[in-house]
Design a binder for this molecule. Structure first.
Ligand SMILES: C[S@@+](CC[C@H](N)C(=O)[O-])C[C@H]1O[C@@H](n2cnc3c(N)ncnc32)[C@H](O)[C@@H]1O
Length: 298
């Protein structure tokens, strides 16, 4: 029997059929899927009269709202624990769109909270390395995917830092040479967007060592590469490996986050938190959490 080629494809991002092209079909296609529908709706709402920066941030209407959420959580926790600075990190920068969005959100929340926000991106600068583990999804990613235009990106970076090289070398070296800065600006938000299980394992070295000063006791994490994979490969497998080896430092998905995030965004399912139970500040009551009472209503 001759197999006829199908008109549908199961490519990344388009699991249920071919993307139509042109006019109303494109608009319908975008509004039919929750991820693209949220982005399209946010763009529309941002244009409404009276929707300024404060409302856009409050309701998560900004570009990459998951990054804004992470920066907000990091600055709020830093302020509550009495830190004057915090660091937010993107692991996996590629062209740099995410790092620039992170830097923009950092400026907003630094002004809003008074907490200084350092922004750091880590990337090979030469695109994906060769896969090292079958759980790296080698059928989806290959060496040299996502190269960077260094000059164009550096021209727009502002005060954000870009650390170039293989993470296995750059991360330990950075933690060593920047220990003093990190003590004053502990890491409070991390975006993991390295695609590979092996690279994510390397990035989680941030949480492995005996020292605590470079980290807030709870670090919000965004895991970009979960959708479309399974628990046993990719980023999810790296998190599982970490949790098996470090039972007193779990990284887990925030349960029920959608219910208390405006507009119920799909990205809420990709927000995790590293709870560092052995951090000396773990049990410190956050300012603002004191004195809650639940008296009888009637
Ligand atoms: C999907 S891209 C990042 C996309 C980016 N966060 C964005 O939102 O536009 C993944 C990046 O991870 C980087 N990467 C993967 N493994 C790495 C490693 N071991 N060391 C350094 N960079 C790595 C690659 O260079 C690639 O640019």
């Amino acid at each position: 029997m001759v197999r006829r080629s199908s008109r549908t494809t199961a490519q990344k991002g388009h699991p249920f059929g071919r993307r139509p092209s042109g006019g109303v079909a494109d608009v319908l296609w975008d509004w039919s899927k929750s991820g693209t529908r949220h982005a399209a709706r946010n763009r529309l709402l941002r244009k409404l009269p009276g929707v300024g920066a404060a409302a856009a941030y409050r309701f998560g209407l900004v570009e990459r709202p998951h990054y804004a959420y992470g920066v907000r959580r990091a600055t709020e926790l830093a302020a509550r624990l009495g830190h004057r600075g915090v660091t937010v990190v993107e692991f996996g920068v590629a062209g740099g769109n995410g790092l620039l969005a992170l830097a923009e959100h950092a400026r907003y929340y630094a002004a809003a909270t008074g907490v200084a926000v350092r922004v750091v991106g880590f990337d090979s600068g030469a695109g994906m390395p060769a896969a090292k583990d079958p759980r790296d999804l080698p059928y989806l990613f290959g060496p040299g995917f996502y190269t960077m235009d260094h000059d164009r990106l550096r021209a727009r970076l502002g005060t954000a830092e870009l650390v170039i090289g293989d993470l296995a070398e750059t991360l330990p070296a950075y933690l060593d040479t920047h220990a003093h800065l990190l003590r004053d600006h502990p890491v409070g938000f991390v975006s993991l967007d390295l695609d590979y299980c092996s690279s994510t394992n390397t990035a989680l070295g941030l949480f492995r060592g005996p020292a605590h000063e470079h980290l807030l006791p709870r670090v919000t994490c965004y895991l970009d590469d979960l959708p479309g994979t399974i628990e046993q490969i990719g980023e999810a497998a790296a998190i599982a490996d970490f949790n098996t080896a470090h039972t007193d430092r779990p990284i887990g998905r925030v349960l029920g986050l959608r219910a208390f995030t405006p507009f119920d965004p799909p990205w809420a399912d990709q927000i995790y938190v590293h709870h560092r139970l052995d951090h000396p500040d773990y049990g410190r009551l956050e300012i603002g959490a004191t004195g809650d009472q639940l008296p009888l209503d009637h």
